[in-house]
Write a protein of this length. Structure first.
Length: 340
């Protein structure tokens, strides 16, 4: 019994760390506002999408996260408008975080084929937790091997937190290159359930960018005529820093219209020489003529937790882009960024 309780304590500490840092999605470009608010309206039309992530499914306790978003670009105001709803759930102590945010971006033309997007997001955050099954370290009598009191007795505090937050970002791009910077949680909302102002959510910084190489086009036979099939290879990076933790992810994405194949390595050690090698990520996506895009990725764990123990992570994204009423070619080029 003591061993079971210690496992519960370990899980609580593990998930507490997870909730003090932002959830990491593998398909960040298919989750645009979660990466950079400047991506609002970046398609030049209207778009809606959802993302779902199941983290470490092999563990007895589940940890899932989701986002849903919609955005629209206004040619009249040269601006993008969006909304995002996101959340995360952990089953052991029934922790949950929810966020709803409004996003705005403005597109500035620097040259014929050079653009800068400036974006901001205002959000309302909600954090709730149930401590009825939590065993705190102060309740463990290691010498006797017993629990002092009952689960939940060692906790006294508010299990409901509400706060406002602000995110901001920049995105520069041209034909083949892109570079972005974003900062999340600029108001550093309270996340401690034990003491007021004892622990606040650190600002998360992200630097991301890459380059796309156009390959020789293929050929699609649609029974009436032949059309060019786009083929390209993109290389990208995504550096994230939040509090004492940071990671540098490197990836590649091959677009073989309508199929997308991607690969990421997550977790090059950077700050303080922490061993944060985390996972290898494989992705497959497909773009349909209807405007619907579907992506699936799997994280193979290479951390000390191990693939056998954690089960990795599964992630699914759905995105629908509405075709413009006027199909003429726009003056603005398509973003060269990753599709997923």
């Amino acid at each position: 019994m003591m061993r079971i309780y210690l496992v519960f304590v370990f899980l609580f500490l593990l998930t507490s760390r997870a909730f003090s840092q932002d959830v990491q999605y593998s398909q960040f470009y298919a989750n645009p506002f979660y990466l950079n608010p400047a991506l609002a309206g970046s398609t030049g039309v209207t778009r809606v999408g959802v993302n779902f992530r199941n983290q470490w499914p092999a563990l007895d306790q589940s940890f899932i996260a989701y986002t849903a978003y919609a955005d629209h670009f206004s040619e009249k105001y040269n601006s993008g408008f969006g909304i995002i709803v996101s959340g995360a759930r952990e089953s052991f102590n029934q922790s949950r975080t929810d966020e709803i945010g409004l996003v705005y971006s403005y597109r500035l033309r620097l040259a014929e084929k050079r653009f800068l997007h400036v974006g901001a997001q205002g959000s309302f955050l909600s954090r709730d937790v149930l401590f009825d099954q939590v065993i705190l370290g102060t309740q463990l009598d290691v010498d006797k091997g017993v629990i002092v009191g009952e689960p939940g007795d060692g906790f006294s505090g508010d299990s409901r937190l509400r706060a406002a937050d602000i995110n901001a970002g920049l995105l520069y791009y041209e034909d083949k290159f892109w570079f972005g910077f974003s900062a999340f949680h600029l108001l550093e909302p309270q996340i401690s359930y034990l003491e007021l102002n004892s622990n606040r959510l650190p600002v998360k910084y992200s630097l991301h960018g890459g380059v796309r190489f156009n390959l020789a086009p293929g050929n699609i036979n649609d029974y009436f005529n032949n059309t060019d099939q786009e083929r390209s290879l993109a290389l990208a990076f995504n550096y994230k820093s939040q509090g004492a933790f940071d990671q540098l992810d490197l990836g590649a994405e091959f677009y073989f219209e309508p199929l997308i194949l991607g690969f990421w390595y997550r977790g090059l050690p950077t700050k303080y020489n922490l061993p944060n090698n985390e996972s290898l990520i494989g992705l497959i996506g497909i773009e349909m003529d209807s405007g619907l895009d579907v992506g699936y990725s799997f994280d193979y764990s290479i951390s000390k937790l191990g693939q056998r123990v954690s089960g990795g992570a599964h992630e699914i994204s759905l995105r629908y882009v509405f075709s413009p009423i006027n199909q003429r070619k726009k003056d603005y080029p398509e973003l060269p960024t990753f599709r997923y």
